[in-house]
Design a binder for this molecule. Structure first.
Ligand SMILES: Nc1ncnc2c1ncn2[C@@H]1O[C@H](COP(=O)(O)OP(=O)(O)OP(=O)(O)O)[C@@H](O)[C@H]1O
Ligand SMILES: [Mg+2]
Length: 467
């Protein structure tokens, strides 16, 4: 059976066509998507798991016997002395020493491979991390795929993505009662990352390799907005020249297509800009919350605050947590020390996301910072949101303008989807760029995955889209 998988920056979903109808995979509690977050509990070595390295044990025993023989010669000269250990006692002692050394070494490392067996996914991952922050939380691994990655980091990310995709596959198999070994994976038109083709290729390679490791033997890719187009096409009665706009968590993707026509969907072009809702969260955090931790108010370098707010970047998060900030932070040292601990940065990021959503409806909102200092409260207002969107919206405008300019005429309709399309500000931005085009706000979460399911079922053949 072949699955359509929308491995999103913020949410992951999957679906398949069963008996002609699209069926969503149901995750924990029946939800049709889960937060793309993985918690790895700290693996605790159990003494019972110890297996002695027999070669090493033999070497140690040989050396212990030599020491014992030397001791025996010394003892011969004495009238009375300690009893020598028997062969069995010698072996027990050496085995015990090896076991203690092993336990000490195991305690020092977070064993990712073992922790993955106990991985927790989705919102539960974040909750577990808050409750037991000595494990590791990886959020939105998709955001990392296109960056230059040291070998160890790449392997780490690949294991995380593998765990997510395996979770999807196993959940689907349990639900459909069939083996699932093939998938159509969605991909953004442009992944987040360092600019250039190489970074795009790397991102797709990591996804493909991870999908293989997760048990998908056959994998193909489709642009996410093209998938959304297919889904929209499926429900259209008459032909419509359409611009699909998917504003997600990490990327904004646009496709121009003729949909609803008898000859099937025709894709003319796709464009992408690697920014989305999570970037607004990042800037809102930086401009609205980080000043309470001394951003621009103490000697500490600005990069420390970027690291703290960049919760998706495992290396930056580690750098922030391990940094010695006390000297330059002055009066903010205590709050920063708390921020370095116990999932503090994750908490702030979630609050920034919540505030972003709230501020679309109300003038101001508050974030409880009392976990960092008793009684501390941050007030965020429309001004903060405007500064944050001011960093992101020009890029949305640019990609929309680019797509509109490439079209021979205005589209007959704009189909707006993706979680960020719920924002009235995003809707207003699209209206502003194409004021005369009717705007249809589709299901923000399921058009991409539904289109991927159609694609996986081989429902449509398309001419390749171009970036
Ligand atoms: N009411 C809302 N107002 C503003 N933003 C919202 C709202 N609801 C959800 N979002 C944002 O939508 C984003 C998630 O959208 P979506 O689920 O489409 O992303 P994704 O598919 O996981 O990411 P991508 O496609 O970019 O990889 C998040 O940034 C979230 O904060
Ligand atoms: Mg998406």
């Amino acid at each position: 059976m072949k699955l359509g998988i929308d491995f999103g920056t913020s949410y992951t979903a999957a679906a398949a066509v069963v008996d002609g109808a699209i069926q969503a995979v149901r995750f924990d509690g029946g939800a049709t998507q889960f937060r793309t977050a993985v918690y790895l509990p700290r693996y605790r070595a159990q003494a019972a798991d110890f297996r002695a390295d027999e070669g090493e044990l033999a070497r140690r025993l040989a050396s212990a016997r030599r020491a014992q023989a030397a001791l025996a010669r010394q003892l011969e000269a004495l009238p009375a002395g300690p009893r020598l250990l028997s062969e069995a006692e010698l072996e027990t002692r050496e085995r015990e020493i090896l076991r203690r050394e092993w336990l000490r070494e195991e305690a020092e490392q977070l064993d990712v491979a073992k922790a993955l067996d106990h991985a927790v996914f989705g919102e539960a991952a974040v909750e577990e991390f808050m409750a037991a922050p000595d494990g590791a939380l990886v959020e939105s691994p998709k955001s990392m795929l296109g960056y230059r990655l040291a070998q160890g980091v790449r392997e780490h990310i690949e294991r995380i993505v593998t765990a997510v995709l395996r979770h999807v596959r196993e959940t689907a198999e349990a639900q459909f009662g069939k083996s699932v070994t093939a998938a159509t994976l969605g991909r953004p038109v442009v992944f987040k990352g360092t600019a250039g083709l190489e970074s795009q290729r790397q991102a797709e390679d990591i996804l493909r390799d991870s999908a293989r490791r997760a048990g998908f033997a056959a994998i193909d890719f489709e642009f996410e907005p093209v998938a959304a187009a297919l889904y929209h096409h499926d429900g259209l009665e008459r032909a419509e020249d359409t611009l699909i706009v998917d504003v997600g968590g990490g990327t904004t993707d646009v496709t121009h297509a003729l949909l609803g026509a008898d000859q099937g969907p025709r894709v003319y072009g796709s464009w992408g800009e690697p920014v989305g809702g999570t970037d607004i969260d990042y800037f809102l955090n930086l401009y609205g919350l980080m000043p309470h931790f001394g951003r621009n108010r103490c000697q500490l370098g600005a990069h420390r605050y970027s690291e703290a707010a960049n919760v998706r970047h495992v290396v930056e998060q580690r750098a922030f947590r391990q940094g010695d900030l006390s000297e330059r932070a002055g009066e903010f040292a205590h709050r920063l020390a708390r921020l370095q601990l116990d999932g503090g940065t994750t908490y702030l990021n979630y609050e920034a996301e919540r505030a972003k959503i709230a501020l679309a409806q109300t003038e101001r909102t508050w974030v409880d910072l009392s976990r960092f200092e008793a009684g501390l409260l941050a007030e965020l207002d429309a001004e903060h949101l405007a500064r944050a969107t001011g960093e992101v919206f020009p890029k949305l405008r640019r990609v929309l303008a680019q797509a509109l300019a490439a079209m021979p005429a205005s589209p007959e309709r704009i189909f707006l989807t993706g979680g960020s399309s719920r924002s009235p500000l995003v809707q207003a931005l699209v209206r502003e760029l194409a004021p005369t085009v009717p705007l249809l706000v589709g299901n923000p979460s399921f058009s991409v995955v539904s289109g991927l399911a159609l694609r996986a079922a081989g429902r449509y053949r398309l001419s390749p889209a171009t970036a």
